[in-house]
Design a protein around this ligand. Structure first.
Ligand code: SF4
Length: 147
């Protein structure tokens, strides 16, 4: 990833940044400011010249989830939704730190028998997870068509 928050197109992305930004009702400049990248970075990602880097992907999804759930976020607990056993909870850093609403963002958890250590692991495991999908507003095409 470059320091501008983009990766080369070949690195792949699962998110539709433009769709997320529109759902957030933000201009490109506003989104760029909020997540700490240049407006040109957002433009490049939306035009498909580059893919969003993982920092941009995480920040965009977090803004989306936070806008929809705000102060209510903490009541969303992945371990309850997924039905993790006591043993699974005892091995999971997300459970121990009470961060079930952002399990999809954090590293160090074991979910459904898998160690999810990297953002690529997360995207593969989480983006079709019922718990993650329930955090998103209806009708946001978060997945890119070819993902
Ligand atoms: S698959 Fe991902 S989103 Fe679903 S509960 Fe596990 S860490 Fe959370």
């Amino acid at each position: 990833m470059t320091d501008r928050g983009c990766e080369t197109v070949n690195s792949g992305t699962f998110i539709d940044l433009k769709a997320i930004r529109k759902k957030l009702d933000l201009s490109q400049a506003e989104l760029a400011t909020l997540i700490g990248v240049s407006e040109r970075t957002v433009q490049s990602c939306e035009q498909g010249w580059r893919n969003p880097g993982q920092a941009v992907e995480k920040a965009a999804i977090l803004l989306l989830v936070a806008k929809w759930h705000g102060a209510e976020m903490e009541k969303h607990r992945c371990w309850e939704s997924i039905g993790c056993t006591d043993e699974e909870r005892s091995n999971c850093l997300v459970f121990q730190s009470h961060q079930g609403h952002v399990c999809w963002l954090l590293s160090g958890n074991q979910c459904r028998g898998r160690d999810l250590k990297t953002w690529v692991d997360k995207k593969e495991a989480c983006f079709d997870c019922p718990f993650f999908l329930e955090l998103l507003p209806d009708g946001v095409p978060i997945l890119t068509p070819d993902a």
